[in-house]
Design a protein around this ligand. Sequence first.
Ligand code: ADP
Ligand code: ZN
Ligand code: ZN
Length: 764
Amino acid sequence: MKYADVILPLPLEGLFTYVVPASAAALQPGMRVLVPFGRSKSYVGVVARLHNEKPEGYRLKELTDVMDDQPVVTALQLRLWTWMSDYYMSPIGEVMKAALPSGLKAEEGYHPRTETYVRLAAPYRHPTALHVALNLLARAPRQLDAFIAYLNLSGWDMIDDQGDSLPPVSEITREELMNVSGAAMPALNQLTKRGLLETYEVEVSRLNHGGEPHPEVIKRMSTAQQEAYNGVLFSFLKKSVTLLHGVTSSGKTELYIHLIQREIDQHRQVLYLLPEIALTMQIMERLQRVFGERLGIYHSKYSDAERVEIWQKQLSAHPYDVILGARSAVLLPFRNLGLVIVDEEHETSYKQQDPAPRYHARNVAIMMASLMAADDQSPAPKVLLGTATPSLETYHNAMKGKYGLVELTERYQGIEMPDIRVVDVQDLQRRKMMTGPFSPLLLTRVREALERGEQAILFQNRRGWAPMLECAQCSWVPRCEHCDVSLTLHRNMNQLTCHYCGYTYRVPTACPACGGHDLRGRGYGTEKIEDQVRDIFPMARIARMDLDTTHTRQAYERIISDFSAGRTNLLIGTQMISKGLDFDRVSVVGILNADSMLNVPDFRAYEHAFMMMAQVSGRAGRKGKRGLVVLQTRQPDLPLIDLVVRNDYQAFYRSLTEERQMFHYPPFYRLIYVYLKHRSDDLVNTAGLELGTRLRHWFGSRLLGPDKPAVARVKTLSIRKLVLKLEYGIDMAMVRKYLRMAQQQMLQDKRYASLQLYYDVDPL
Ligand code: ADP
Ligand code: ZN
Ligand code: ZN
């Protein structure tokens, strides 16, 4: 009799064994099977292993059906999943759920999907006809709103009465139109019925491949780039992982392109990872121009059908040679992988936060390469980590000689690094010289830049209008009912929002505590900055980029392309604007409030603040001339500020690592956070103490806590956190075993039946 150990999409430890019926003799690991589970459920799982050892102790069921002729998961992927499940302490079923696109998880196969687009009907594609159309709709306000929203989005509204040339019309999906305009389906249907708009279908995959390839001669590298390129190849002779530490705008991307071409010439695949948010049309087009149809793109915003298609293609005889993707692309099947590029390797979004598995794509990529090397794939795949601001972990590994290190210290064409001027906000406030959040220097320089036809970026790491509302009389502050945080005021939508659970509240007209009517927004969010900038620079063409203005991918792309093309000249944004965007005409960057990044209760605060400021500054003066950064802070004497000004990564690294070593933090110690969550604060408190006692028994002073995290209640669940600090050389398999043992002992107690317990390994 044959048995199959199956991975099921459940948050339960281990594999589940089923009897393989004689009719399924061709079954192989990596194929999907349908299996019964519990009394009446059935699931699609993936076979991890076939064997002949009958498990003892329980009655086995037969698997119901085999869904594939060929494995959809490779042997290597199965081994990688097993490693991830073990290392990140997350059931393998959850790893499978993260890896497989839902089309492969569902019981049916996938169908190629189409998307519905909207366009202006032919008879109305003229200014005069448009006026007629608008008049027609005078009595149908909903339709009129939707119609105007369409004209805005598509660019038809850009045409004036005399203009007879066609405006640059963009393609708009019906979904986007509905999202942006708030229009409902009936209004849109009416517009189609009236013959004003028409709809058409486009197959999703056609869109994502971006049409015809334009094989373009690859750009010649500068001498510095050529040296770095040679340096990387030489480093790969000795080290499987190499760090390319290149300042912003040094041409790292060009270097990658040459390295990719080299792999393709040798018939090997390349995986190019970028943080989700940096995967813009800018970079996709740049690569598409060079690699055309050889390039596949994979990230979470793409339709599931598309993702299934890419997965299948990677298993086929004609896979993409290059995959450009975000975090989850590391979980695709690969054959004959030659190189993995992890660009912006310091980016925290490479780490999945929620749900499990809380994996780090960079580290998974490195592990994947080493599994392949152990598989005798020859030559073994190499990993290149690229960034202007390496994570401390990576730089530490490079210093120890575990990773190779190649540096690019000059910008392409010798453009100077930006001139960073520190402004003492507290002093200026005392002298009443600040205009709201803006220093005189910043206002002057932005004005000059705009007058010269250049662009400016203002960076504020808070969205919304004001981070909190406060009663001027009694200091009452509205808080979320479900979370332990104050609410953010979004004035454009006239509501208070919880940034942890998304719940929205009406803005109170009076203070419920004292009845006072003077409720004031405290602090500055991007919305308020935008309001004030509009007053100060009425002529500026302003755009704002934050989570609230980029609900759709199209909206996000539009903000970037408008700014790139100079249609807007002043960009206000949160950290989103720092992600590897390449703008030509930005001469001034303002960092409005460095303190909001520095005063964060987290051991990584300075690390993140330095990187954020260095990256944001890197947007200044990319082409043509030296840019200016105005860095506003209340702590101008803080050594970290000086390191940013001097752009001295090495000194930053030295100062931070000293502290980390002293206080037992990464990269010298490993961290594991253990989280407990429950509705009842009392229960989670008791559970935390109990788990703490159990764990301290084994780990002694390596265990800290339980403590309340900075936000101790989210979505009605109270939270406790325990921290394990583990020295290198400790047996991690043993550590995990003890953790699991403690967990099992705890959860046997009926009181803790609904307690959530999970781990964050190598937290960021
Ligand atoms: P990084 O990734 O290091 O920030 P990029 O690769 O984006 O830098 O390069 C910055 C700018 O310089 C881009 O606009 C790029 O097209 C240009 N550039 C870089 N290297 C070359 C080259 N060898 N030839 C022509 N243009 C280049
Ligand atoms: Zn009050
Ligand atoms: Zn909330």
